[in-house]
Design a protein. Structure first.
Length: 245
């Protein structure tokens, strides 16, 4: 009987161990995670749905697109994104760098020394989306992004990052395929909480990538439309002439 119990216990333990090994094997590599989260993070977003249910929240639009650093060798696996936010009360642009961390994605956020020339950067062709390293502020606000099924989550509590007014900002973010939920808690130098409004962004479109092939596709579609319209006119004229004769 004891031997039978031992076999039963061994079987149960085996049943628990194997699923854990399977789940670990399914975890994407950090390189694959960076590619996926950057794909989800880029595009055009707004928080219109949130504002509709809570009018006290400001309307914010956000456009994110991949960019290159000038002089970058392109040999590492990090990817860079330019972020541009607009609302009635502020305009905000930032440089986001997604890189390999220790068991998680290392997300570094930096501001620009001169941002006026960057407005509308995502509307430019891909080849012109180049950021000068000399235009990046030295201070980096960092947080780790951790993979979870269907999303990436991260925060930098309790330390946060220093603010320009002597306080600090504690940030948390959740990135899904078609939504980004973020919260920046801004504290004064005395520790008073000044801002604590979560923002719920939803995707409205992807950022179009300009390319010669895309241009040819558009031109081809235009030619097909013109040809069909011409054929329709010819058919109509034949029908009219037939009736007149």
């Amino acid at each position: 009987m004891n031997q039978l119990k031992a076999y039963t216990l061994a079987f149960l333990l085996t049943g628990f161990v194997f699923p854990q090994q399977s789940q670990a094997a399914e975890l994407p590599t950090l390189s694959a995670q960076i590619k996926e989260v950057v794909k989800w993070f880029t595009g055009n977003f707004d928080n219109a749905n949130q504002v509709a249910s809570n009018p006290s929240v400001p309307v914010i639009t956000m456009t994110n697109c991949q960019v290159q650093l000038d002089g970058s060798s392109g040999t590492d696996e990090s990817q860079n994104v330019y972020l541009e936010q607009h609302s009635a009360g502020f305009n905000r642009v930032r440089f986001y760098s997604f890189g390999l961390g220790s068991g998680a994605i290392d997300l570094g956020i930096r501001s620009f020394i001169n941002s006026s020339s960057l407005t509308g950067l995502c509307d430019r062709p891909v080849s012109e989306r180049i950021i000068s390293q000399n235009n990046l502020a030295a201070a980096v606000c960092s947080l780790d992004l951790t993979y979870e099924p269907s999303r990436y989550v991260g925060n930098n509590a309790p330390t946060g990052c220093p603010s320009s007014t002597g306080g600090k900002v504690i940030s948390s973010v959740s990135i899904q395929a078609n939504s980004i939920n973020s919260l920046d808690q801004i504290f004064s130098s005395s520790g008073q909480l000044l801002v604590n409004t979560p923002i719920e962004f939803r995707r409205i479109a992807t950022v179009p990538e300009s390319s010669p092939l895309a241009g040819l596709a558009i031109a081809g579609a235009s030619l097909v439309f013109l040809y069909r319209r011409k054929q329709a006119r010819v058919t109509m004229m034949k029908s009219v002439n037939s009736k007149l004769s």
